[in-house]
Design a protein around this ligand. Structure first.
Ligand SMILES: [Zn+2]
Ligand SMILES: [Zn+2]
Length: 534
């Protein structure tokens, strides 16, 4: 774990629709777990995100809905911000790339690179629709991917092979369906190719995970200079007098949005994270290309900020073994999910099921089984039986222990050991194994409770319950980064008073005080669920 200031960013969600479980699983949830853990350890961390608001999908939606791109972006900015909040993704700021500050920064990045000779103008052939009398940038044209043959590839990007594209086979205009012609227009290019060796050096960083490294390295031999302007009105104006009616490509200003948002969050010290901090980007694997190649090259060209410390890329989520599709509605929308279940159920299921660097399948039956058989039967049950025992037999007061025997001591040793394991796993971005270790601790608690039979053994009863109360307390601390709402519920039922942000990672080792009153009302913290098959 880096020692200095830490800046954690999440890929900026595109403001053209609400969020689904795939977004949450690949990017926002792992980043949030990591940041909560850092904060509990007293780290100086900034957690930055915002909505990505330029580019052609938004202008297309605006045209379809007879409104403006700004209105489309504003609508989804608000929706996504609320959804992330409801999922307890706790950003320091959730900004937008359409702010004045971001426009200014994106232009400054352009001018700096231009001044240093990393940007040049060139006349290029672009798709032009004769019916609509306009150029067709990016999403305005569809066709077959020349790289993998995929039939629904867009002008700038193939969804299937995740490559940035410049031309398509069998192109057609998305507005009128006609076959566009190629027409000459002037555009500006970023000399990505001159950064080849520096990018290779960057990609050799030991902190970069294999899935990011391998994917990006495979492209370093085929780098192409990158067209960074578009014939479009919506976006950041190209800051050159001869570039009227052109805007910067959305992938130029989007990552700069990380910097702008940090500045907006802390006007005085925000940029110090970019100059002296360690920068960690959480992204989905479909945008490794942009974050591990374009973005570091832009940073090198600009020269004032540090390169990423690492880039964590979560892989895809399928639904019942089928590729998710927002247009077909084959998707788990965050807002639909939250109408039925608590946020922590999604956080639990998405973390415990598959490692972040592999694809995961979302299955409603498996979701039900994991919530009922694991979260409820193992963790919820252990917490509840301990608390109800204190309520019934010890006047709602944590009892005073007598002499600890070997089994009691083993539980305290297991708490200390688990705390170390969970910390290590989170620092390795292995959130699955971290959460599993906590579940193991709860399982050990149930075994201990059964073996000790406190309902029978009056002599050791107080000691046993004192030990299980400590275990409940430790579980609640360790669980906080993963399932914040559940962890806080356990804390208040255990009688914790004072601000919850005082809860530090080290508290897991602290003993609870005998004599401490637990809450008046003890309720099961996890409710079982039933998924109706359709
Ligand atoms: Zn392709
Ligand atoms: Zn057309």
């Amino acid at each position: 774990m880096p020692k200095e200031k830490i800046l954690v960013t999440c890929a900026l969600p595109y403001a053209n629709g609400p969020l689904h479980a795939g977004h949450i699983r690949s990017t926002y949830l792992p980043a949030d777990i990591y940041v909560r853990y850092l904060r509990m350890n007293g780290k100086d961390v900034a957690f930055i995100c915002g909505s990505d608001e330029h580019g052609t999908p938004i202008t297309l939606t605006a045209e379809k809905e007879k409104t403006t791109p700004l209105e489309v972006a504003t609508k989804y900015h608000k929706i996504m911000k609320q959804e992330l909040k409801d999922l307890e993704i706790d950003f320091d700021i959730f900004s937008r790339t359409s702010t004045k500050l971001n426009h200014k920064n994106a232009q400054e990045f352009f001018l700096e690179a231009h001044k240093k000779g990393y940007i040049y103008a060139q006349d290029v052939d672009q798709y032009y629709c004769n019916t609509n009398k306009r150029f067709l940038p990016d999403r305005y044209v569809e066709g077959n991917c020349p790289n993998c043959g995929f039939e629904g590839a867009r002008g700038d990007h193939c969804e299937k092979c995740a490559q940035a594209l410049r031309t398509l086979d069998n192109p057609h205009c998305i507005i009128c369906g006609s076959i566009p012609e190629l027409k000459s227009t002037k555009h500006w290019f970023f000399k990505l190719t001159v950064f080849k060796e520096q990018l290779k050096k960057f990609l050799s960083r030991k902190e970069l995970p294999t899935n990011v490294k391998n994917y990006a390295l495979s492209w370093t031999e085929n780098l192409q200079n990158w067209c960074i302007t578009r014939d479009l009105e919506w976006g950041v104006k190209v800051p050159l007098p001869e570039a009227e009616n052109k805007v910067l490509y959305v992938w130029w200003d989007a990552p700069i949005g990380y910097i702008s948002a940090t500045q907006e969050w802390d006007k005085k010290n925000g940029l110090s994270y970019w100059k002296n901090g360690n920068i960690i980007h959480f992204i989905g694997k479909d945008i490794i290309y942009h974050h591990a190649l374009f973005w570091p090259a832009m940073l090198i060209a600009h020269g004032k900020y540090k390169l990423p410390y690492t880039i964590i890329a979560g892989e895809y989520l399928t639904l019942e073994k089928e590729k998710m599709s927002t247009s077909r509605g084959w998707v788990v929308w965050v807002s639909d999910f939250l109408k039925k279940y608590p946020a922590d159920y999604l956080r639990y299921y998405l973390t415990i099921t598959s490692p972040l660097a592999t694809d995961m399948d979302f299955s409603w039956k498996e979701f039900e089984a994991r919530i009922n058989n694991e979260l409820s039967d193992v963790l919820g049950n252990f917490v509840h039986r301990t608390l109800t025992f204190i309520q019934r037999f010890f006047y709602k007061t944590i009892p005073k222990p007598r002499k600890l025997d070997e089994k009691d001591k083993k539980i305290f040793a297991k708490i200390a050991e688990t705390q170390k394991i969970v910390a290590q796993k989170i620092e390795e971005f292995n959130f699955l194994e971290g959460l599993k270790a906590i579940m193991e601790l709860a399982r050990a608690g149930n075994v201990y409770f059964n073996e000790k039979e406190p309902w029978k053994n009056k002599e050791t009863q107080a000691t046993t319950i004192y030990v299980t109360a400590n275990l409940v307390h430790a579980i609640a601390i360790l669980l906080l980064p993963f399932l914040p709402e559940t962890a806080l519920k356990i804390h208040s039922q255990l009688g914790h008073k004072g601000a919850f942000d005082e809860l530090k990672w080290e508290c897991a080792k602290e003993k609870v005080k005998a004599g401490q009153k637990i809450a008046l009302h003890i309720k099961p913290i996890i409710q079982k669920i039933e998924i109706k098959s359709t």
